[in-house]
Each structure stands twice: as C-alpha cells, then as structure tokens.
Design a protein around this ligand. Sequence first.
Ligand code: SF4
Ligand code: SF4
Length: 438
Amino acid sequence: MPKDVLTFKRGGVHPKDQKHFSNNKKLETLPIPSLLVVSLSQHLGAPAKPLKKVGDSVKKGEKIGTASSFISAEVHSPVSGVIKKIIKQPLANSVVADAFLIEVDKDAEEVVFEKVDYSKKSDEELLNTIKDLGIVGLGGATFPSHVKFMIPKGKFVEYLVINGVECEPYLTSDHRTMLERSEEVLEGIMIAQRVTKAKNVIIGIEENKMDAVEKLRSIIKEKNYPIKVQPLKMRYPQGDEKQLLKATINREIPSGKLPLDIGAVVANIGTCFAIYEACAYNKPLIDRVVCISGECINEPKNLIVPIGTPIKELIDYCGGFKEEPDKIISGGAMMGFAFSSLDIPVVKGTSGVISIKEENKAIETACISCGKCVEVCPIGLMPTMLYRNIKNGNYQTALDKYSLMDCKECGCCSYTCPAHIPLVHYFKTGKKLARRKK
Ligand code: SF4
Ligand code: SF4
C-alpha cells in the first residue's frame, strides 16, 4: 500500500465493487412524475408533524411537516400541487408512517431558488438555515444535520471528517456528485466547518475514485481552502464512522460513545452538497442523487430525483429490467433494505436502487466453528457466539457478554460465513427481541 493511502486496522472485507455499471454515467435530472408520496418520517428520530391537510395546495419548497421533537426534521414539498390524501406508507426500512400523496400541478408557475449571499450570515443563522430547510445526513443514517452540528458547551471539534468513501458495492451517487458538483460540495464543506468551528477538515475517499481526489485537490489548491483530501484503501465498511475515523485520524470511538467524544464530526458528501444548496439558494432538501444500478437494470444511471418519487418511476426511466431481479435493494448491497414493493417512494436517505441477481443461493448449514466471522468483524465482536446465543433465546447473554448492541449490522460476518448463515439477520432480530423483552 503506498504510504499516503490509509485504512482501518481491524476486520473488514473486499466485496466486488461493481461500480462499473454507473460510475461513468453523468448526473441526469428525472422528469417530475405526476404523483409523489412524501413521508413525514424520512429522518432518524420522531416523525414530523403535518402542517397541511387533504385538499390544500402546496408550492414547491413549501414546508409541509415540522420537527416534532429535538431529534426530528422539517419536511418540504418537492413540487407545486395539491394534497390528495394522507396515507400510511411503508418505507424500504419497514417503517410505516403518514405520508402526503401530492398530485403535481404541471401548469404551476416555476419556483426558482435565487442565489443569496450567505457570507454575511452568522454561524448561528447558518445552523438555523440547515435546520429550517430539513437537511439530514444523506449517507443513509438521515440524522438531522443541525443536531449533529450543534456542539454542546465544553466540547470542541478538532476534526471535521467528510465521508466520500462510498464503500458499498454498486453505489456511485457520491462519486458523481464529487466530480460534477465539486465546487458546491467544497463550499458546503466550508459552511459545515464554519458552523462546527472545526480546526481541521479531511475528506476521506477510496482509491477507486482517484479522479474525484484529483478534482477536489485542484479546486482546494486554487481556492486555498484549508481542506486535506485523504485517499483510502478500498475496504468495506470504511464508510462507517468508526472505521472512517480510525482510517483518517487514527482515533477509536469507544463503545457507546459518539464521534464528538473523540473530537470529531462526520458528514457525508451528499449532505455537504445539500448544505450548500440550502445556504446559497435557500433551497430545502427536496431532491437528491439516487444511483440506479445492478445487473438487472437496462440503463444504470445517477439521477437527481424529487423526494417522494415512487421507485417504479426510476426503474421505468432507466429502461426497466433486462432480466427479473432476485432482489431490489434500497441503498447498498451490503447494508441496504430489500424493497417490498415498487410503489415505495424515494426518501432523503435513498442513496441507491440496486437490482441484483443473487449469485449464490446457497443453503444455510451448521456452523463449522471456522472463526472467519470473528476475523472480519470490524468491531472485534464474536459473531459466532452472538448467533448461538440468539438462536437459543439467550438474548441477555448476547447483550451483556457479547455486546450485541455494538454490532453495526455491516454484514461482513454473513458475507464471509462458509456455512451461509445469515448472521446479521439474527443480530437484527436479536436486537429487536432484546429491546421488546426489556
Ligand atoms: S454485522 Fe455485526 S457482528 Fe457482523 S461483522 Fe458487522 S459488526 Fe461484526
Ligand atoms: S463464519 Fe460461519 S461457520 Fe465460521 S464460525 Fe462464523 S458462523 Fe460459524
């Protein structure tokens, strides 16, 4: 490994990156569909409270849901139109929440977000803009950004680490954003730096995106931004905060602690682009880049999509399927959720729609105690013991002795297991049942 290419130390796997389907496909804007389904629960935390009722007209960018607790986020209409219904809408992650069914008014006057000079705004005003315009983490976690950037008294941020890793197979939305919205992403990062008052800023990018490394470096040099771009060896799950911080700043987040406890804040590339659009144009988070990829899709693409678009619209726009997929996944192939229906809409956290054939439909057999799952666990857990205890109903032992709650559900153990045991599935179920028992 060249000296200036870093990575994390413990565990991890090297799945085929499968980026070739879409990494050279330029960003395209999806035409506005006629109906959108905008969920009030598109972020981590409490669902937003509805501000509109059936029959109300809404304008593109208008607030239609407001944060209902400290950890929650505002929701805006991606289009101008009329609210036809409020329905219970299941999402890819199985959450069922109220959603507005919005019929698009194709004749409505176009809403243009004008450029504003945000340089005179105070840091507090910028933070309020990020809150008011509904920005959440777009890497998948959807944690409200204003909460993450609200640094409590007595804490300070030594490192703002920007996640440009995109280590999940197939996904290329952040890669294309770094290449095609480079200046905007860097400006968004500088806003995040101002708001968090971070002393150092590092962007971590895996080696399969060296074109993005070079592009960002050249703009950083030209603009004299105090930002370092750090190439990282390709390795999954390097996009997880724990592994990313180990790789970039060589610090470990202790069990049960947050990045801020070790002086760091992590933000994703797509989030920084959304922060730029919010601060420089007063544009709420009403669309995002979604990577449509996989072996089964006719024309893989990286699309700019209005939030609330049913995924069947994306699949149709990409020419439909060339063969029937075994699975359509929201997000990456390792940690994503299988879509149960093509009517499920894009939410703020939808980074990809991946249609795949399962190469190896192998049957689960008994554990052979090979220890491979232990070798690859990036957290240092013992997946084999977690599995045995959960299978036997010993949830308390899994929690207390084998730290079940520290499992990041990265799937490295399941990926490696020669007995094809769906370990991560057991851990997800085990966590749910343990919580219920409590
Ligand atoms: S899913 Fe959990 S137990 Fe398995 S490798 Fe990842 S963190 Fe470790
Ligand atoms: S990798 Fe699979 S077979 Fe090997 S010890 Fe772990 S659970 Fe058992």
